[in-house]
Design a protein around this ligand. Structure first.
Ligand SMILES: Cc1cc2nc3c(=O)[nH]c(=O)nc-3n(C[C@H](O)[C@H](O)[C@H](O)COP(=O)(O)O)c2cc1C
Length: 196
């Protein structure tokens, strides 16, 4: 789609959100965390089921934090330790109503996670989601009822390190973030009526 107006522009938090691999020591306050979960809370979901859960460990609670770190892949373990908070987003697989499978639960947890990420950016924080973790280990650690609950992503939260302190790898990461498909690659104008 083309933007014909000079006045409208992309929301700043959407534009500035990214997934850093290096965080500062600055603490994430409980008030900030509360706002992140408020953002998740207001996300849309199929039948308003709100099938998301968040299991949270702060770095100051060392043993819990490092038990979560142990669930990550070796690559993620290295950088995620610099986060101030780690969490696991979990989806409830069945609707409350008649306990039927909720085919949109994954979509809805994704929506909640994205709201949370945008709110984080708004606060000067960043989050970095990870699919690279051992699901079975997380299920066991969190004592999830496997039939109805499934970990979706692990999420590192913190204040991103200053770009001046970036290693070559960090710079590569930021560059990767900026690599985006053009809209023409994923937006398709439907023109059925013209084909008659
Ligand atoms: C579901 C999901 C899983 C991801 N898994 C990982 C991961 O295991 N390790 C990692 O470093 N980044 C992971 N990422 C981050 C993506 O690589 C990142 O979002 C993508 O490269 C776009 O960059 P940006 O978030 O900075 O815009 C994941 C992101 C999502 C949404």
């Amino acid at each position: 789609m083309t933007n014909n107006s000079e006045k409208i522009k992309l929301n700043a938090a959407i534009k500035n959100r990214w997934s850093p691999r290096r965080f500062t020591d600055k603490p994430v306050t409980d008030e900030m965390l509360h706002l992140l979960f408020e953002a998740a809370r207001w996300a849309p979901s199929s039948r308003n089921e709100q099938p998301w859960q968040y299991y949270v460990a702060k770095k100051q609670d060392e043993s819990d934090f490092y038990l979560l770190i142990e669930c990550l892949t070796e690559e993620n373990k290295v950088w995620a330790q610099s986060a101030h908070v780690l969490m696991v987003s979990v989806m409830k697989k069945n609707f409350d109503y008649k306990n039927r499978p909720n085919g949109k639960a994954l979509n809805d947890v994704g929506a909640a996670n994205n709201s949370l990420a945008i709110q984080a950016t708004e606060l000067g924080l960043q989050v970095h989601q990870m699919g690279g973790f051992d699901k079975e280990k997380a299920i066991e650690l969190l004592q999830l009822e496997k039939e109805n609950y499934e970990p979706v992503t692990m999420i590192a939260v913190g204040f991103p390190a200053d770009e001046k302190s970036f290693s070559e790898e960090d710079k590569k990461r930021l560059q990767q973030h900026k690599t985006r498909k053009e809209q023409k690659e994923f937006v398709f104008q439907i023109e059925f009526s013209n084909q008659k």
